[in-house]
Design a protein. Sequence first.
Length: 387
Amino acid sequence: MTDFPGAPTIPGDGRRLRVLAAMSGGVDSAVAAARAAEAGHDVTGVHLALSANPKSFRTGARGCCTIEDSHDARRAADVIGIPFYVWDLADRFREDVVEDFFAEYAEGRTPNPCLRCNEKIKFAALLDKAIALGFDAVCTGHYATIVVNENGTRELHRASDAAKDQSYVLGVLDERQLAHALFPLGDTLTTKEEIRAEAAARRLSVAKKPDSHDICFIADGDTQGFLAKRLGTAEGDILDEDGTKLGTHTGAYGYTVGQRKGLRLGVPASDGKPRYVLDISPVNNTVTVGPADALDVTALTAIRPRWCGTPPADGIPATYTAQLRAHGADVPVTAEVVDGELRVRFTGEPVRGIAPGQAVVLYAGTRVVGSATIATTERRTQAHATA
């Protein structure tokens, strides 16, 4: 046993567990697997093959979904001294993540595929298969913390390193999934620099590997081009708030609320200030633009809520903070559940540029209360809802 910090057991449970470590090929998941093994658990590494043609994914040291990443994960497992397998979940990933991505953009919404992958792949398809094979938990390299209460229930909390906290994209996990999750990196006061130093000390070749960025299944990072290949092109109008035509586009799906760049408008605004995307209408294939202050949102309604434990009481507003994008700032809100929908009102300053399709995650202090998909917003400048 080597003397590294933070080799944890599942909080509140000292048993030796059978743990399936999801190894992406990056430094975080490699160190997480090593810590779980060092804690005395029976660990098996698995790399998820998420593309029928891995060469179509981004190449290079990205730490996500390439052939190189599979090799990196295998080498890390060999160094740790654990069994290693590659599981083919390409069909499930295509159906639940990639097809959902296309469908959401086609409806004028802006999805978060990383959040959907956690919900549908890593903690649904992978977890279900792991449990069926007799594993007790799935271990990942996410930065988040699980706390076990005296009554045995589990709570999801922010990571100790706020700069790397990933609880936002884990907010879709329910209590059952949390009961079988292990996040060794979030349970200790460990920064990313210390994780890399630990990986180097463990002689893991991924110690200096760059973090993954952007969307793993878009090889060149060109989201609009990726969407166009599937959804086609359809010229439509770019309008200002009073309906005046300012330009054209080749597909409303290529825009997102709050976008400033890439509008290519030939007519300058009367006040000389930049314009931003305010609305996207797939029904008539139009994009509406306007000034920045027209993006100020005072309230929103979100659908398909998922709760990390006990949900808020129906129809009773309560005070929380909310996060609206990965690594976004906390904002004070009141929220309540009405007829199965989550209704959120910002109690401080309005929040700018919230896009339908994104997730709102509620927090009580550091604890994740739950997550829901934004459906409509109310803006300060007008009684306006974005569908």
